[in-house]
Design a protein around this ligand. Structure first.
Ligand code: F6R
Length: 605
């Protein structure tokens, strides 16, 4: 979703802003713009890719050491030059970038129109510079504080003014924003990669904190202008982690980073023969939990479906899995013995965050699995499990998903270790096998060639089905999502036994079916389901463990993955599916890292 960058310092703002925006492209956007302040504010905006903005900027004098920039993912008003940010006040003296949605903008807008304000865009954001100008009485901070008091909705804001050229004012509520601390220069940004070239020291902001960003100082204050002290957070990855590092795309780089990412998730948490200890969770903190809700969106939701089986099988605690946007409006039955676990790579997904808040209102204990240190869910949940996968830049989630699975297995073992639902030796076996997964995923990456060849065969298809039973079905859902989001091929996942209740009507000669069959106990049943579609002419690509040798003749193509126990098979099985989606999208010439219409961090409802 929208990305914000702001700079004040000794260097030219333009290049720093454009470079910072390029690091936020992964969030998804459809237009971009910058304002640079040098006595006067000069603003350049362009619909489409950042390169359009860069070439427009070449033709304009944008000298100046203060500026704000924005990549916009349209919500109110179509993508266009006019609707792009920054937005200016009537006098042109105040410029604003905004990430989020102003829910009461219509009311604010009609009042401003009555005051004679002329709007030029269709956006909700444009009310902000006009309101700030109306509230300005010689102090920009005061005007911003007064303005935010009138707002409903979510916002991260960066504001500059010709009347106070020595500062940027920023504030966040329910939308991400960080401050980068430099030497004689300071920054604001929606995410760390935007400023990592310049500094690894940041302030992570909380909601309703205002920032007065000057060249040599950064001050945080609350609504009453009381100063807030904040520890400096030192970023533990560098600029290269957010670069492609020799790979053609971030997605394939991140797929190949999975063995290391899994190691980082396991690190210091799981060791043979030792109890699992989780950061900041006391021995008794979760002992009364009688029910778990896992709540998430998209890929993270798919990880949750695997987590359900792991937690139930190992600990005997019943688990429900919900899509966050449904959970928050369906009046779920929650109590203080319910643990609500949210899973979110970004930690900023609006629906997931709202679900977490709802759970807290009901007195539930809350647990967040997230990849982003200091993200909103990490700060609001009672307990946090960081996946430590490193920055995930490609919009399609891969290493975040696989590390969410690992986090869920660890959590399941943690909940099980003081219960006698399954024998201790079973838990030890799962633990030992979990520790082999970095190597097994490395092995699974050797399916690369096979996936590429199959991609060559199937990339012209318009409909592809994914089939699986049990955990394979959960992985089928993830494989299908991966394919559709980056290759735009229509795809549907089905539980093997469900096909004959309707969807089998869609199977005809040549229909491609990706069939996952990794669990010995379900193998026979799954083979019957595969036969049902083979009989109707389907072309079957099987994902099978090495150990399955008597595989019959139903498969047209087979990809073999390393053997593991069925409970952990999603980790190895998803790898060829990720690779297959990637190569299909490449073959089709799609923009793999930035698929159309999608945003990496969905910070609006
Ligand atoms: C798909 C994908 C999305 C996200 C979803 C939740 O590849 O990335 O489905 O999983 O938008 O995002 P987070 O995990 O940041 O809450």
């Amino acid at each position: 979703m929208c990305g914000i960058v702001g700079y004040i310092g000794k260097n030219g703002a333009k290049d720093i802003l454009l470079d910072g925006l390029s690091k936020l492209e992964y969030r998804g956007y459809d237009s971009a713009g910058i304002s640079v302040l040098n006595k006067k504010i000069t603003t350049v905006k362009a619909k489409g890719q950042l390169k359009n903005l860069v070439s427009k900027c070449e033709k304009v004098d944008l000298n100046g050491n203060v500026g704000i920039g924005h990549t916009r993912w349209a919500t109110h008003g179509e993508p266009s030059d006019i609707n792009s940010h920054p937005h200016l006040s009537m006098s042109g003296k105040i410029s604003v970038v905004h990430n989020g949605i102003i829910e009461n903008y219509e009311e604010l807008k009609s009042n401003l129109i009555k005051d004679g304000v002329k709007f030029v865009s269709e956006t909700d954001t444009e009310v902000l510079p006009h309101l700030i100008e109306k509230n300005y009485n010689g102090d920009l901070l005061d005007a911003v504080i007064k303005t935010t008091k009138a707002l409903k909705g979510s916002y991260a804001l960066g504001i500059i003014s010709e009347d106070e050229p020595d500062k940027i004012i920023a504030v966040r509520k329910d939308s991400p924003l960080i401050v980068g601390l430099g030497n004689g220069e300071n920054f604001i940004a929606s995410d760390i990669p935007a400023i990592l070239k310049h500094t690894k020291e940041v302030y992570l902001l909380n909601d309703n904190e205002f920032v007065i960003l000057k060249k040599d100082s950064v001050k945080l204050v609350d609504f009453d202008k009381n100063e807030i002290k904040r520890d400096v957070y030192k970023v533990d990855f560098d600029d290269t982690a957010a670069q492609k590092g020799g790979f053609d795309h971030f997605m394939i780089k991140e797929i190949y980073e999975q063995p290391q990412a899994i190691k980082s998730t396991l690190n210091a948490r799981v060791a043979k023969g030792e109890k699992i200890v989780l950061d900041n969770i006391g021995a008794d903190d979760l002992k009364d939990i009688s029910r778990v809700f896992i709540v998430a969106c998209g890929t993270a939701y798919h990880a949750g479906l695997v987590g359900k089986t792991a937690i139930e099988r190992l600990s005997g605690i019943p688990v429900d899995v919900d899509i966050a946007s449904e959970f928050r409006y369906r009046n779920p039955i929650l109590d203080k013995n319910t643990l609500v676990m949210v899973i979110s790579q970004s930690g900023e997904t609006a629906d997931t965050l709202a679900a977490l808040r709802l759970a807290k209102e009901h007195g539930c204990k809350t647990f967040a699995i997230t990849n982003v240190v200091g993200s909103s869910v990490s700060r609001e949940a009672d307990f946090v499990f960081y996946t430590h996968a490193g920055p995930e830049i490609a919009v399609a989630s891969t290493k975040a998903y696989i590390t969410q699975l690992i986090a869920l297995y660890i959590f399941a073992l943690y909940m099980a270790q003081d219960k006698n639902y399954v024998e201790k030796s079973v838990l030890e076996d799962v633990k030992s096998e979990l520790l082999t997964l970095p190597e097994k995923v490395k092995e699974a990456l050797k399916t690369d060639d096979a996936a590429k060849k199959i991609a060559d065969d199937i990339y012209k298809e318009t409909d592809i089905f994914y089939l699986g039973r049990g955990l394979d079905y959960a992985v089928a859902m993830e494989g299908s999502l991966k394919l559709k989001e980056i290759s735009y091929i229509h795809s549907e996942p089905y539980a093997g036994g469900e096909l004959k209740h309707g969807p089998i009507a869609l199977i005809e000669k040549g229909t491609v079916v990706i069939a996952l069959n990794t669990n010995n106990e379900l193998k026979g049943k799954m083979e019957s389901n595969i036969k049902e579609v083979v009989t109707r002419g389907a072309y079957i690509v099987g994902i099978l463990p090495e150990g399955f040798t008597d595989i019959g003749e139903s498969y047209d193509k087979i990809i073999k993955i390393p053997d593991t126990i069925p409970l952990l098979a999603p980790v190895t099985a998803v790898v060829p599916l990720q690779l297959l989606s990637y190569y299909v999208a490449i073959k089709k010439g799609c923009n793999v890292d930035k698929p159309r219409n999608l945003a990496k961090s969905v910070t609006v409802e």
